[in-house]
Design a protein around this ligand. Structure first.
Ligand code: NAI
Length: 333
């Protein structure tokens, strides 16, 4: 049984705890820590675990075998480095870090330690429909992919959501899943800024379109619209030489009433990607038990952060911004 310590049991963290304690086998959250200590204590009381005064104490605790980091992105680096220093496997929610410089420090520490410990919570890689897209594209039946049109829509975002998070906290999902789907790196980023919705806070450019180009010239456009009001709507259409492929509607059921037929829209990531989260965390817990690594690596976290750095720059400087990345270290081959 993997004894898990969780840092930052907010909305995402508590959803993970729920999964681990109900549908996932082989793990239990035994320890929590949070900047809000009263909150950590309340969660610990509810799950019968221990609340630690700091993430460092939690990571170093002998009762913790592995760590999940579910705090906000800027807090991830320090805790990732502490996990690496103690040799504990860690599943870190996306983004690994909000900038490539910070991700590089994490990667360098992991390489120096000589063992892959860091997994990044890019759960879409575990989603059945994205996996079907990849299997079909990889089969070559449709020829080479040419363009992918994506959309990432949220009903609304919280007050702590800053202007750059549209890229480095939201679009980062598409950046990762497109690197995985197309199996190549992005070389440049541009941001188109359409008419702003009156329903977004003034600090945000919402919607925006991040336009990315891969090394072979595939163009990915990603509409980010985080105050769309109506639902959590993730769309993806890959256009290849001999056909197109799209994610289907989100729910497995169709609703038919006197008003007509519809496919209900999911309202949040936990609903839409329920199966993907379960598979992601189950595979990680099982790998922890076997002493193995699974899922996206620190390299994937770094590569995605590098593309997002270019995207954030493109949000303020108009024009196309090149993606700056180091060569993939042999450690992550
Ligand atoms: P939240 O605000 O609900 O929870 C964050 C928790 O972390 C809070 O309890 C907060 O007090 C705590 N925290 C903040 N700074 C901390 C620090 N320095 N040390 C310890 N605790 C700290 O936020 P939410 O929505 O749960 O997001 C958390 C992470 O999960 C973020 O990285 C976010 O990008 C990611 N996320 C991933 C999603 C996915 O689709 N995979 C969806 C939503 C969030």
């Amino acid at each position: 049984m993997a004894r898990i310590g969780m840092i930052g049991p907010g909305a995402m963290g508590q959803a993970h705890i729920e999964r681990i304690h109900t549908v996932i086998a082989g793990g239990r959250v035994v320890a929590v820590s949070d900047v809000d200590q009263a909150h950590a204590q309340a969660v610990a009381d509810r799950i019968g675990g221990t609340a630690y005064a700091s993430s460092k104490e939690l990571i170093e605790s002998l009762e913790v075998d592995a760590v999940m980091i579910c705090s906000h992105g800027p807090a991830h680096e320090t805790d990732l480095l502490a996990c690496i220093a103690t040799g504990k496997p860690v599943l870190c929610e996306k983004p690994l870090t909000p900038t490539a410089d910070a991700a590089l420090r994490v990667m360098e520490a992991e390489i120096a330690g000589g063992r892959r410990l860091v997994s990044v919570g890019f759960m879409r890689r575990f989603d059945r429909s994205y996996r079907q897209l990849k299997t079909t594209l990889d089969s070559g039946a449709l020829g080479a992919p040419l363009m992918v049109n994506c959309a990432h829509r949220n009903p609304s975002v919280p007050d702590h959501y800053t202007w750059d998070m549209a890229i480095n906290d939201t679009a980062i999902h598409e950046v990762d899943i497109m690197r995985w789907l197309l199996d190549e790196e992005f070389v440049s980023a541009r941001v188109d800024q359409p008419r702003r919705t009156s329903l977004a806070p003034a600090r945000l450019q919402d919607p925006l379109v991040l336009v990315l180009t891969t090394a072979s010239g595939v163009r990915v456009s990603d509409e980010i619209f985080v105050n769309c009001q109506y639902g959590y709507d993730i769309r993806c259409e890959a256009v290849a030489e001999r056909g197109t492929l799209s994610l289907a509607d989100q729910n497995a059921i169709d609703l038919r009433t006197s008003a007509g037929a519809s496919n209900p829209i999911t309202m949040n990531h936990n609903e839409r990607f329920f199966q993907a989260f379960v598979t992601e965390v189950q595979e990680w817990v099982s790998a922890v038990d076997r002493g193995e690594h699974t899922g996206s690596t620190a390299w994937d976290g770094y590569a995605a952060a590098s593309v997002c750095d270019a995207g954030v720059q493109a949000l303020t400087d108009s024009g196309t911004v090149p993606v700056q990345m180091i060569e993939r270290p042999a450690f992550y081959a």
